[in-house]
Design a protein around this ligand. Structure first.
Ligand code: PLP
Length: 354
């Protein structure tokens, strides 16, 4: 079979042998009745890893975020989000449809909201305006390049919301990528927020599932919201077993994905017709901007012919994501194939460095 390098997303990671064995052996029960022992273990472990009182296993990151939004707010309230956040761009307006919420998007250069910007967006007590009910942060920020919020930035942003009297939810789909990249414990990134969602099914390689964590009261409300949205999953301990492996075995190795993303970005640097901002490559994502007449569509098609699969982010932007299914050798293969096809034959010097 032709060689294929899968760079579309870290959601393409496959379960490990250890996950498959744990799934086969998992002790299970009816989780809607709160009687699945493997889910209990996963929820306890997840809560502990992000320093929260309790957590809830949910089928997807999208449902985890929606459960959080519904549990923190009242219909008619406004939620402050970053313009390119997943919640605003990629969650099918669930917050508005299911929660009766208005989203207030604020633009940033790199996905990192500024405390002053948030302060200015808070609604005054005026009968004509909605009330601000929640601030959402995203770490790492997907569409802005996989960029990281620091613990200090998270604390400063949370302080603005808390001073104004409303809570903070962190979309931490890839919060462990952020913690590993910054060489800190994930708890430092979650200490100041009221709730956090993170995904088991992305870089951590579990086949299904995300976790929502927060206070005991919050998780009780979220559990009800999960049921309303159809996310009660019965003997889902078979999935939670893989999630436990993800948390116990797959976090530290994310550093490899980050090194490979850098290797990829540096390898593709200087490609004719494509701009790559190396300063944005902080975790496992590489974004490129095509200059006319080259389009992202044409770039993707040519790469696909070479066996390199990537994702289109806009008519001119593409995204490559490294993960457990991509080795350093795969990266070198992809770089050589793409450079060859786009007429940039000189091999970059990083290759020597290994
Ligand atoms: C930042 C972010 N939040 C939330 C999600 C949603 O996760 P899921 O695909 O499991 O619904 C994603 C998925 O890519 C994401 O990148």
């Amino acid at each position: 079979m032709e060689r294929v390098i899968e760079l579309r997303s870290d959601t393409f990671t496959l379960p490990t042998a250890s996950m498959r064995a744990a799934m086969a052996a998992a002790e299970v029960g009816d989780d809607v009745w709160d009687e699945d022992p493997t889910i209990h273990r996963l929820q306890q472990r997840a809560a502990e890893m992000v320093g929260k009182e309790a957590s809830l296993f949910v089928p997807s990151g999208t449902m985890g975020n929606l459960c959080a939004l519904l549990s923190h707010t009242q219909p008619g309230q406004e939620v402050i989000v970053e313009l390119d956040s997943h919640i605003f761009q990629n969650e099918v307006a669930g917050a508005s449809v299911a929660g009766g919420l208005q989203l207030r998007p604020l633009d940033t250069q790199d996905g990192r909201l500024h405390p002053d910007q948030v302060r200015r967006a808070i609604r005054p007590a005026d009968i004509h305006e909605p009330t601000t009910g929640l601030l959402c942060l995203e770490n790492t920020h997907n569409r802005k390049g996989g960029t990281c919020l620091s613990a200090r930035q998270t604390a400063a942003l949370s302080e603005v919301a808390h001073e104004a009297g409303f809570p903070v939810h962190l979309d931490g789909a890839r919060v462990f990528n952020s913690a590993v990249a910054q060489r800190i414990d994930a708890r430092e990134l979650t200490a100041h927020v009221d709730s956090v969602m993170f995904c088991l099914s992305k870089g951590l390689s579990a086949p299904v599932g995300s976790m929502l964590a927060g206070s005991g009261d919050f998780i009780e409300r979220a559990r009800r919201m999960r049921k309303m949205l159809g996310g009660g999953m019965r003997q889902a301990g078979v999935l939670a077993a893989a999630g436990l492996c993800a948390l116990n075995e797959m976090v530290d190795r994310l550093a490899e994905d980050h090194a490979n993303a850098r290797r990829l970005a540096e390898g593709l640097q200087g490609l004719p017709g494509v701009d790559i901002d190396l300063s944005r490559v902080e975790t496992n994502m590489v974004f490129g901007d095509c200059r006319p007449p080259l389009t992202a569509g044409a770039f993707l098609t040519r790469c696909r012919e070479l066996g390199v699969l990537l994702d289109q982010a806009s008519p001119v932007r593409w995204r490559m994501v490294t993960h457990r299914g991509v080795t350093a050798e795969d990266v070198d293969y992809a770089v050589d194939a793409i450079r060859g096809a786009f007429g940039a034959t000189a091999t970059p010097s990083l290759r020597v460095a290994g």
